[in-house]
Design a protein. Structure first.
Length: 213
């Protein structure tokens, strides 16, 4: 019995359409191909942690992260954000069945709110969480465990975690979730998600109600 579903945003419930890469390119105008490859491999992780790994110096990482957040927010406000087909209905169906839903992201709160506002999703879930609000971002278990605590779920085995990256999968496994799903609408392919340990592979998040209800 699943009591809580923790869903990623970009790539899982929100169509990415290359916006993350585009914002990274704007934030690092002198980027190398190796840096872009690292960004692709670490999709889903906290953005500030990615910049720390890339730049190795806190002030530079903070400046790049701020530039990324501003660039991404500009793209979202320009109408470049769109939901994954069926995502809103999936969330509504789960909540109507008594399952709590948390949306999580690697973005800062200002960017997450810009995305939620652009989609009209401020009240779509029981909870939205960013890395700073949970302690650490993916691939650590903090986002999932914070959602469990805030929504008063009793057992980590009653949690399902769904995302489009290997870091989403690792987060779910580390948190002890019994259902850890990888979706094929985002950054990583089925082989990558299976290798990371996904218990289920979904073409899209809209398949989730049939699996859980």
């Amino acid at each position: 019995m699943i009591d809580l579903v923790v869903l990623d945003m970009a790539g899982t419930t929100v169509a990415d359409d290359g916006l993350v890469i585009e914002a990274f390119q704007a934030a690092l105008p002198g980027h190398t191909e190796d840096q872009l490859d690292y960004v692709r491999r670490t999709m889903g992780e906290s953005k500030i942690s990615v910049f720390r790994a890339l730049l190795g110096e806190e002030a530079a990482a903070q400046a790049a992260n701020l530039a990324f957040e501003e660039a991404y927010g500009t793209l979202v406000r320009a109408g470049r954000a769109a939901p994954i087909a069926g995502a809103a209905n999936t969330i509504a169906e789960l909540r109507e069945a008594g399952i709590k839903v948390a949306l999580t992201t690697g973005f800062a709160r200002t960017t997450a709110d810009a995305l939620l506002d652009a989609l009209g999703w401020r009240d779509i879930a029981d909870l939205t969480l960013t890395p700073a609000e949970a302690g650490r971002g993916r691939p650590y278990p903090d986002l999932v465990l914070t959602a469990l605590l805030r929504l008063q779920v009793d057992d980590v085995r009653a949690v399902a975690v769904v995302g489009d990256t290997s870091s989403d999968v690792l987060t779910g496994l580390r948190a002890g979730a019994s259902f850890v799903g990888g979706v094929l609408t985002g950054a990583h392919d089925a082989d990558t998600l299976r290798t990371a340990g996904a218990t289920h592979i979904l073409n899209s998040v809209r398949e989730l109600p049939d699996l859980l209800l």
